[in-house]
Design a protein around this ligand. Structure first.
Ligand code: NAD
Length: 312
């Protein structure tokens, strides 16, 4: 079997186009132009690239995007002051603080300072808690993107066995919640998990989010499994050039899986597209608006501006 590649780039492009239509509708029906503030501390090259991509794609979708660059030695108090200002600014609907933050800054304190209704990364404990109990919430972008990709190839998730490898706050844990809500039986593996290969062989869907290059081998997979590779790892190819690889041994896995995401070009573009989607959701949620969109994309609980956001 040769797996079908799930084209995250194309699917994310369609999602961004749909967000752009929603932005136009929001402007036309409610005179609201969603605004996104992206805060970058320091000059880490990878973070700078991520921030630029996010800002560029936000602008392309019609979202007003503002970037705030702070020096690496900025104090926590100064960063918290900026967040206070952005919380109070009615023109800003979404606030994103690019991680990682320098060691002298308490990341948890910073993320908790963001107004939960502007928390487009979905990392605030208010949103984490509401997501866990099925209340409307802004959910983290990567798990939303993974759900979207899975739903493009699996029409009925009810009763499927899913292995999620990795239990981080930003990927594995919220993804396990979303999959459970969708009717899946979820196994959440982490570094301490024993017999990972055996667990993998039982799974209809495998999501690898461990940050461990080539962890998932081809012979770990059930034939016909759907494989979503979240991992981004730097590696050197046979010509000595740097390249990005995922957590799945792609060539081997492609021989067993029915569908598989490539790295790059799989989950990554979906994460950015959901940041834009969350910015529109946040604009709708905070203002208590009801947006009737003509291009529903996916049913992703619990908060999706395409379905109209329930207050609460
Ligand atoms: P993390 O380091 O915070 O968490 C990793 C998790 O994987 C932990 O729960 C750990 O216990 C588990 N783990 C590590 N090695 C394992 C192993 N050998 N077996 C089983 N479990 C193992 O990482 P994270 O922030 O969740 O990111 C995970 C990966 O996903 C990284 O490669 C990261 O770059 C990538 N990522 C990609 C996107 C995207 O948009 N594509 C977004 C976020 C993270």
């Amino acid at each position: 079997m040769n797996a079908i590649q799930i084209d995250g780039k194309a699917i994310a492009g369609a999602l961004r186009a749909s967000v752009a239509r929603d932005v136009a509708l929001l402007k036309a029906e409610c005179n609201v132009s969603p605004g996104l503030a992206v805060v970058l501390v320091g000059d880490d090259p990878a973070s700078s690239v991520y921030v630029k991509t996010k800002a560029k794609q936000a602008t392309a979708a019609g979202i007003r995007s503002q970037q705030f660059g702070l020096p690496n030695d900025v104090s926590e108090a100064e960063l918290l002051n900026l967040i206070d200002d952005l919380n109070a600014d009615d023109a800003i609907d979404g606030i994103l603080v690019q991680l990682p933050l320098p060691g002298h800054i308490n990341g948890g304190r910073v993320l908790e300072a963001i107004d939960p209704k502007k928390d487009v990364d979905g990392f605030h404990p208010y949103n984490v808690g509401r997501l866990a109990i099925g209340r409307p919430a802004l959910a983290p972008c990567t798990p939303l993107g993974v759900m979207h990709l899975i739903k493009t190839v699996v029409s009925d998730l009810n009763g499927l066995d899913v292995l999620v490898i990795g239990r981080s706050n930003i990927v594995g844990k919220p993804l396990a919640v979303l999959l459970g809500d969708a009717g899946c039986t979820v196994t959440a593996a982490q570094i301490q998990t024993r017999k990972l290969g055996e667990l993998c062989r039982k799974a209809d869907i495998v999501v690898a989010a461990a940050g461990c290059a080539g962890l998932v081998r081809g012979d770990w997979l059930k034939r016909g499994a759907v494989v979503i590779d979240v991992g981004i790892n730097r590696a050197i190819d046979s010509d000595g050039d740097a390249k990005l690889v995922g957590d799945v041994a792609f060539a081997e896995a492609s021989k067993r899986a029915s569908h598989i995401t490539p790295v790059p070009g799989g989950v990554g573009p979906m994460t950015v597209a959901y940041l834009l989607s969350n910015t529109v959701s946040a604009a709708v949620w905070r203002r208590g608006l009801s947006l009737k969109v003509s291009h529903p994309v996916h049913h992703i609980r619990p908060l999706n501006h395409r379905e109209g956001v329930r207050a609460g």
